[in-house]
Every structure is written in structure tokens, then in C-alpha cells.
Design a binder for this molecule. Structure first.
Ligand SMILES: C[S@@+](CC[C@H](N)C(=O)[O-])C[C@H]1O[C@@H](n2cnc3c(N)ncnc32)[C@H](O)[C@@H]1O
Length: 369
């Protein structure tokens, strides 16, 4: 884990700003940081030889933002770095193409889920210079690598989002996309609830695709192919085209590997024949009253879960609450700044289960106290 050890820290009041880095508050060992691209927490812990500064795993952004925060923190405290394990990352990483979950996604034309090494993503960008391509990926090193390539090749029409793709489609307007690509998704044979292709994802794909737009699934797993085909067959107003060992314009790293092993490759094109209704109003994740009488027992509901894990004190009036909230199968780890009018330190993704969990959280801990 990239971290630094510094020789001293000052007794500072918060908020503080240095260059374009804001240090928002201190909640015991946690410090809220806002960089131009992200909002996250760093942890500062006393050690024998100084103070260990590391990032909080739940809110972790990409490494370039962490590095900016560390540098800002060193400057803020007039400190010296005693130890660091991020010296290899010398160059400032390019990230103008990097989006955050709160950014507007209404101008996206094409989506690629889990782009990995990015060969196909970059091919799409070059083939479609007038279109905006969104690549969604959870693996941060792949993101760093692709961002560098985009900068190096001066590619302007790609946007990158570091998030679970299953959540992101719900932010894209209806009837907007030309295509969605899911190439060689992880089959998750033992943890099927983690699969990208599922009923919700297909539903959202149909909603976001234009009429005649398509979702292209390419996989080397016969099991995943069969599973996906069955999922697609639950839907009307779509057309399915199936191919086996179809040569494709770009061969990704995974594909090269499977071809060497002489494995079969399966393609499903799901073509959308439907014009969908508009996306519902944005969900309102605000609070009116401070949350009180917190309980640490997980609260399990039909479609969602709320679990308050820990509370970090900031001062007499304020605290930071760490909790898990949202869809039972993929809840989000988040923080709430609990004060007179609480706010999420990082908002939950705007999906229905998160919103329902938010309403319940408000109902239990603020209305009845
Ligand atoms: C087997 S690799 C394939 C990469 C690339 N498409 C290729 O063909 O080389 C699967 C990729 O999907 C990403 N991934 C898995 N689940 C994801 C999710 N829910 N949202 C976004 N990306 C995901 C993984 O991090 C990984 O990079």
C-alpha cells in the first residue's frame, strides 16, 4: 500500500487548503481530503519514528490523487518525509479523461465494461472519432495504464470511470447508447452474484441503448455463454445473434491467451428493438436532521441492507460514521458526516436500492429520535 512516514504533524484546525488540495476535517485518525478529482480519506497514525500517512481503503481514489494528498499534507505540516514507498511514481499522471460517479454521463455514446489492457477501448476511440467512449473498470492499475496511453496518443474522446459497471448504467439517459461492449468478463463460476451480465444489467442496457443499438458479449467460457443466453432470453423486444469462433477486429490480451490454448470463443449480440421511457428523476440523498441513537447491528431488509460499523468523533457537534448501505448483494461502503444537517462524505451511487436504504436510514435514525 503506497504510504509515507513524516517526522512531525502540526496541531492544525480544519478545514485547510494548500495548492488545490483541501483538508476538510479531522475525525480522530481520519482526515477528509478533496482534490480537484476526488474526495477521500487519509489516515494518520503515530509510529515510533514519526507519523504514518496512508489512504483509507473504502474511499481510495487513483494513485495520482493519493500522491497529491500526501504531498499537500507534508507541506501543510512543514514536515519531512522519512520514508515513502511511492518513489517509482515520479511523473504526474494524466487524468483529464477520468470521471467521477457524480459527473454528468449524458453525452456518452459507447460503453465498454471491464476494458483491462484497453486495446479494444482505444480501437473504439480511433474508429469513432466523433463519439464519446466510456470505459468502466474496477481494476485501478489497468486504469492508470490506459490513462497514460490516452495521454501519450493524444486521444480526446475517451472517458474512464473507476466503478462497478453494474451500477453506472443507471446514470446514463434512456435511448442514448450506440453500443455496450462486455468482452471476456470474469465468469465468476463460484460467485455468480458478481457477474456483470444479470437481469438488472440487461434491463439497464435495453433502457440506455438506442433502438437498434447493441450489447456485444464475447467470452471464452461456454458456461458463461449459456448462462448469459438464458438471461437474455428472459427479455422481449430484443434480437439475439450468436456466433462461434468469429474473427474479431481486435484481439485482446485475454483473447490471445485463449487462442493459443485453442479454446472456443462465443459471441452474443443483443440488439435492442425498444424505445424506452425517460430516466426517472435523480434520487435525493440529502438529510434534514442529525442522525441519533445509532445502532451497530446490521439491519437487513427485503432488497437492501444498512450496517453502521464505526463512528469517529470530530468534535462535540460532529462525527464521521462509517457504514455499509444498499443492495443486499453489492452494498457500498460509505461515510456520513453526521452534524446538524448531515451529508454523505461520498454519495452512494444513484440506484434504487441505495435510495431506499437512505430513506430507511433517515427514518430510523432521525425521524424517531
Ligand atoms: C478477464 S478481464 C478482460 C479484460 C478485457 N476486456 C480483455 O478482453 O482483455 C475482465 C475485466 O473486467 C473487469 N471487471 C470485472 N468486474 C467488473 C465490474 N463489475 N465493473 C467493471 N469492470 C469489471 C476486471 O477488472 C478485468 O479487467
Amino acid at each position: 500500500m503506497p504510504h509515507i512516514v513524516i517526522d512531525k504533524i502540526k496541531d492544525l484546525s480544519f478545514p485547510q487548503k494548500i495548492d488545490d488540495i483541501e483538508f476538510l476535517f479531522k475525525a480522530q485518525e481520519l482526515i477528509g481530503v478533496k482534490t480537484p478529482l476526488s474526495k477521500f480519506l487519509i489516515k494518520v497514525q503515530k509510529r515510533e519514528n514519526g507519523y504514518l500517512v496512508k489512504y483509507d481503503k473504502i474511499t481510495r481514489p487513483i494513485i495520482s490523487e493519493i500522491k497529491k494528498a500526501y504531498i499537500g499534507f507534508v507541506k501543510l505540516n512543514d514536515a519531512n518525509i522519512i520514508f515513502e514507498n511511492i518513489s517509482g511514481i515520479k511523473e504526474k499522471l494524466p487524468n483529464k479523461n477520468l470521471l467521477s460517479i457524480d459527473d454528468d454521463l449524458s453525452n456518452i455514446d459507447i460503453v465498454e465494461v471491464g476494458f483491462g489492457s484497453g486495446r479494444h477501448l482505444i480501437h473504439l476511440a480511433k474508429e469513432n472519432p466523433t463519439k464519446i467512449i466510456l470505459g468502466i473498470e474496477i481494476h485501478k492499475p489497468s486504469i492508470e495504464q490506459v490513462l497514460k496511453r490516452l495521454e501519450h496518443e493524444n486521444i480526446q474522446n475517451v472517458r474512464i470511470l473507476n466503478h462497478d459497471a453494474r451500477i453506472i448504467l443507471s446514470k446514463i439517459p434512456s435511448n442514448r447508447l450506440d453500443a455496450i461492449y462486455v468482452h471476456f468478463p470474469v465468469p465468476w463460476d463460484k460467485k455468480p452474484h458478481r457477474r456483470v451480465i444479470n437481469k438488472d444489467f440487461i434491463n439497464e442496457s435495453i433502457r440506455t441503448l438506442k433502438k437498434d443499438g447493441f450489447l456485444h458479449l464475447r467470452t471464452d467460457s461456454e458456461k458463461y455463454f449459456n448462462y448469459s443466453l438464458n438471461e437474455f432470453l428472459n427479455f422481449d423486444k430484443i434480437e439475439l445473434k450468436i456466433k462461434k469462433n468469429m474473427p474479431y477486429i481486435v484481439s485482446s490480451k485475454y483473447e490471445d491467451r485463449w487462442k493459443k490454448l485453442n479454446k472456443n470463443i462465443y459471441d452474443i449480440y443483443m440488439i435492442n428493438n425498444e424505445i424506452s421511457p425517460k430516466l426517472k428523476e435523480e434520487f435525493d440523498f440529502s438529510f434534514e436532521k442529525k442522525l441519533k441513537n445509532l445502532t451497530f447491528k446490521p439491519l437487513i431488509f427485503d432488497k437492501f441492507v444498512i450496517h453502521i460499523e464505526k463512528v469517529f468523533k470530530i468534535d462535540e457537534e460532529k462525527e464521521l460514521i462509517r457504514l455499509t448501505l444498499g443492495n443486499f448483494n453489492r452494498p457500498e461502503h460509505i461515510y456520513i458526516l453526521n452534524k446538524e444537517k448531515p451529508e454523505y462524505f461520498k454519495k452512494p451511487a444513484p440506484i434504487k436500492e441505495n435510495y431506499l436504504a437512505h430513506l430507511e436510514l433517515k427514518r430510523i435514525f432521525s425521524e424517531f429520535n
